[in-house]
Design a protein around this ligand. Structure first.
Ligand code: ACO
Length: 323
């Protein structure tokens, strides 16, 4: 008997305020044309001043619960991938637990920046296949607008806020690649690359800080490492690029997404793209793209999906799952 972590529901939430590229032209030396051509981003959503990461995470989770047709009390665990939790502690996940009215089970955060959702999915999968839990909500939620330096044109135009959630449930499979659910995961990090992508503040340095990025360096690592982790994850279960129905990549930059897909030998018509509408929402970008992909009718039950992401650390990884 093989236990699989199978998707039962997906949902997302985007804050109301939509900010087009043109809005930045008034405050920094940039243009809609530059942002579009260098990143593929056309607009992003920013959270309201009184709207927090756990607020957005809760709405995404409720939408996923509704789609799965289950109640919060049916859930055993909540994992929130975020680098922008409401408070230093408690975790955003325990706040979501309370807001959903869930008084049993457990909840915790995972922090692997833009790769956070992939790390959270792998963690949820491990909890499910080891028999520790039956149903998990895995959420990616971020308010990166709170860590932007608005005078820095090289970073402030690239990020957005939002949340996405998946419900995973333990289901018996037959142990083959035809099973629905998570089939393989691959996680990596290399802390030597801290200086190319980081926030220059934190609790023990007594400030909130702003995001700093050497874009070109991150770009270089991204294309190579994303294609490689996706291939590694696929190879673990004897699958290859031809088997993929959809790549659902971390949505940081259209040029990175295109180069990675090309390196993997997958056409852009098999890639779910939301970067144009969301910008880079860090750990929220993959669950947002999964949810939008389902809403658009792109992702269907039985499809083979590969998610891949890289972020600060560097930390990167991939998950292969059959929807
Ligand atoms: N508007 C106009 N000009 C700009 C802007 C802007 N918003 N930002 C930078 N420029 C200028 C630069 O100053 C530079 O000018 P110079 O030549 O006079 O010095 C020129 O544009 C080219 O800049 P580059 O940095 O070389 O531009 P590039 O083509 O590399 O694109 C970008 C920059 C979009 C940041 C790209 O490198 C990138 O996407 N990198 C990866 C980012 C990423 O994937 N992050 C994911 C992880 S995020 C996380 O984990 C939190």
């Amino acid at each position: 008997m093989t236990i699989r972590a199978q998707v039962q529901g997906v949902g997302h939430y985007l804050p109301k305020r939509v900010v087009p590229n043109s809005e930045f032209e008034a405050t920094i030396d940039t243009s809609d044309e530059w942002i579009r051509s260098r990143s593929g981003i056309e607009r992003r959503h920013f959270a309201a001043n009184d709207e927090t990461t756990s607020d957005m995470a809760t709405k995404a989770a409720q939408n996923a619960l509704d789609m799965a047709g289950i109640k919060a009390s049916d859930i055993d665990a909540i994992i929130v991938a975020t680098s922008t939790a409401d408070l230093t502690f408690p975790s955003a996940a325990t706040m979501v637990q309370a807001k959903l009215g869930m008084t049993t089970g457990f909840a915790f955060d995972v922090q692997a920046v833009c790769a956070g959702f992939v790390f959270a999915l792998a963690t949820a999968n491990a909890l499910i296949v080891s028999g520790q839990v039956n149903r998990v909500i895995v959420i990616g939620a971020e308010t990166f607008s709170r860590i932007m330096d608005w005078s820095d044109r090289t970073t402030s135009v690239l990020f957005g806020d939002g949340a996405g959630a998946l419900i995973l449930e333990a289901v018996e499979g037959d142990g083959t690649n035809a099973d629905r659910g998570i089939l393989a995961t691959d996680l990596n990090s290399d802390g030597r690359h801290k200086d190319i992508l980081y926030v220059d503040g934190g609790v023990s340095t007594q400030s909130t800080g702003h995001l700093k990025m050497q874009g070109k360096e991150v770009f270089r690592h991204a294309v190579e490492k994303l294609a490689s982790t996706a291939h590694t994850a696929l190879a673990k279960v004897n699958l290859g690029s031809d088997d993929i129905d959809w790549i659902v990549p971390h949505q940081a930059n259209l040029r990175i997404i295109k180069s990675t897909a090309q390196k993997m030998g997958v056409g852009l018509d098999r890639v779910v793209l939301t970067v144009q509408d969301h910008g880079n929402t860090s750990a929220a970008s993959i669950p947002l793209a999964l949810s939008v992909g389902v809403e658009r009718g792109q992702i269907k039950p039985g499809n083979l999906i590969v998610t891949e992401a890289i972020g600060g650390g560097l930390a990167w990884g991939a998950v292969v799952l059959r929807w």
